[in-house]
Design a protein around this ligand. Structure first.
Ligand SMILES: Nc1ncnc2c1ncn2[C@@H]1O[C@H](COP(=O)(O)OP(=O)(O)OP(=O)(O)O)[C@@H](O)[C@H]1O
Ligand SMILES: [Mg+2]
Length: 315
């Protein structure tokens, strides 16, 4: 009863395709759970099982301590879901669409009007409230779709890549709005491909790959666990990063190299520090001047790539 979501040995098959393969995890009340993984990993499928839209092939799932198959109706009343695919009528105006959704959830008139007003404001929809859904841009449509879900009260909200197509301001606004509700007691199950969003919002993270969970921890815990991997950054004084790659490549081998700025080289590897010494030597020998050098803990993106890649090559 302590957990909001409890998943034990969940399996989900679509015919011969095993989309979710023996997955177990728990999500405590009031937490934001980030569910990450490459395309086709099984995130949306898991959400569909957890939100009672499809029946699991095997395993147990409980939401609010109740079995998701046996108590689907009860559970549905207390959850919100924003799916990946767009989900409503094209010729209904934005304001009307919010109102109708509130009506569907049985919100009384005045509460509905207040809620519509708040959401039009918060999701920056005032200017387009008289437009039909079909006439909206992709990002505007997504904003309406997410806003709409906040028309009703809920204890648990599933957001499947809610920020796709949103501009930076809209994205930040959405994350802050979700955060505010989490402080009010909401539990959130969240998928995204953007690691900064995970850092900003999530208390716990699971990384799923090919239907299996390959890592699960807090963001800090994950970084610590994969902390052997360090990112080394060398900022050059005058030369461009590209122009010295011929010096760096033979030392770094297959290691991932990025150029986050035109004068900066970033290497992420377990051997980053050894490489760093060699690269500095090589650069100095060729008379390339360096502005600064730093060794940093891995970013969540690096952890993600390592974990997913590791799972790929070991399978
Ligand atoms: N309705 C379906 N019928 C058959 N196979 C499906 C169906 N839906 C999903 N799959 C398969 O199940 C696997 C998991 O898909 P899922 O949509 O859960 O991935 P995802 O992690 O949400 O990916 P993305 O990041 O692209 O949204 C994929 O191999 C996909 O092809
Ligand atoms: Mg998906």
């Amino acid at each position: 009863m302590d957990n909001c979501i409890g998943v034990s040995r969940l399996v989900m098959d679509y015919g011969k395709v095993r989309a979710v393969d023996d997955v177990s995890f728990d999500v405590g009340y009031g937490r934001v759970f980030g569910f990450l993984g490459p395309n086709g990993a099984g995130k949306t499928t898991t959400i569909k099982v957890l939100t009672t839209l499809v029946h699991p092939t095997a395993g147990q799932v409980s939401i609010f301590g109740k079995d998701v198959v046996r108590h689907a109706k009860e559970i549905k009343k207390r959850i919100g879901v924003v799916l990946q695919e767009p989900s409503f009528e094209g010729n209904v105006k934005v304001e009307k669409a919010l109102d109708l959704y509130g009506m569907l959830w049985g919100l009384p008139g005045e509460k509905r009007r207040d809620r519509v007003r708040e959401l039009l404001d918060k999701f920056d929809l005032q200017e387009i409230k008289g437009m039909k859904n079909d006439e909206l841009s992709i990002g505007q449509r997504r904003r309406v779709q997410v806003a709409r879900e906040f028309m009703h009260d809920m204890d648990l909200l599933f957001l499947d890549e809610p920020t796709v197509g949103l501009d930076p301001a809209a994205r930040r606004m959405l994350l802050d709005y979700v955060k505010k509700h989490v402080h009010g007691g909401l539990t959130v199950f969240f998928t995204t491909h953007i690691m900064e969003e995970v850092e900003y919002l999530c208390d716990d993270i699971a990384i799923i790959n090919k239907g299996r969970i390959v890592a699960i921890d807090t963001p800090a815990g994950l970084k610590q666990k994969y902390g052997g991997i360090k990112a080394v950054e060398i900022k050059l004084k005058e030369a461009s990063a590209q122009s010295v790659m011929w010096l760096v490549r033979p030392i770094s081998g297959d290691t991932m190299i990025e150029t986050p700025a035109s004068d900066t080289i970033r290497i992420s590897s377990k051997d980053a520090q050894d490489m760093l010494v060699k690269i500095i030597e090589a650069l100095a020998k060729s008379g390339v001047q360096m502005e600064s050098v730093s060794v940093n803990p891995p970013t969540l993106e690096e952890v993600f790539l390592t974990v997913v890649d590791g799972a790929r090559s070991s399978s």
